[in-house]
Design a protein around this ligand. Structure first.
Ligand code: SF4
Length: 170
């Protein structure tokens, strides 16, 4: 059975920077949860960040450059929080690997969990195509990452992967 790492805020936990959740109401998620397929995880909370916290955005590059040490993540007051966010990414990877998750469903737009778009670093609400540091690190290690808008695609990928496993086992 495939297991899936899921952003905690998508599952209704109020762990976002502003103290809110981003609950995704879905029969599929409810069934997967009952089947104990879901690893519910907030990388930023795991890394010791508190709720509420200031919003943070990638500055001067992209997620891969943050992981490589050539770009930063700043809070809206200018504080450099790169190390916390890089730790968050590595903790997400470790959690996924320890639970044998080959898929992740992450909240889009976040400097950590974003997988389709992120904010542009100006704290003006402008978005760019891009990903957050956890999504980038998971992908670098072969984990397929989906945004909440791609749940239907994820369902198809999980079904296809399970079919392959059955064929391989047979
Ligand atoms: S780090 Fe991910 S799981 Fe945690 S609040 Fe941000 S988007 Fe949600």
């Amino acid at each position: 059975m495939e297991r899936i790492l899921v952003s905690a805020c998508l599952m209704g936990y109020a762990v976002r920077y502003n103290g809110s959740d981003k609950a995704l109401i879905s029969n599929t998620l409810a069934r997967w949860r009952e089947e104990q397929r879901l690893l519910i995880h907030c990388p930023e909370m795991a890394a010791g960040l508190h709720t509420p916290r200031l919003p943070a955005e990638i500055d001067g590059g992209n997620a891969e450059q943050v992981l490589a040490g050539t770009a930063r993540i700043l809070e809206s007051d200018g504080k450099d929080v790169t190390q916390h966010y890089v730790l968050a990414a590595w903790l997400a990877l470790r959690a996924a690997q320890e639970s044998d998750c080959r898929f992740a469903l992450l909240t889009d737009g976040s400097p950590t969990c974003g997988s389709q778009h992120i904010y542009d670093g100006s704290f003006s609400g402008q978005q760019l195509p891009g990903q957050g540091v956890a999504a980038a690190l998971l992908r670098q290690h072969g984990i397929e990452v989906f945004a909440e808008s791609q749940l239907a695609e994820l369902v198809q990928r999980v079904a296809a992967a399970e079919k392959c496993r059955v064929v391989d086992a047979g």
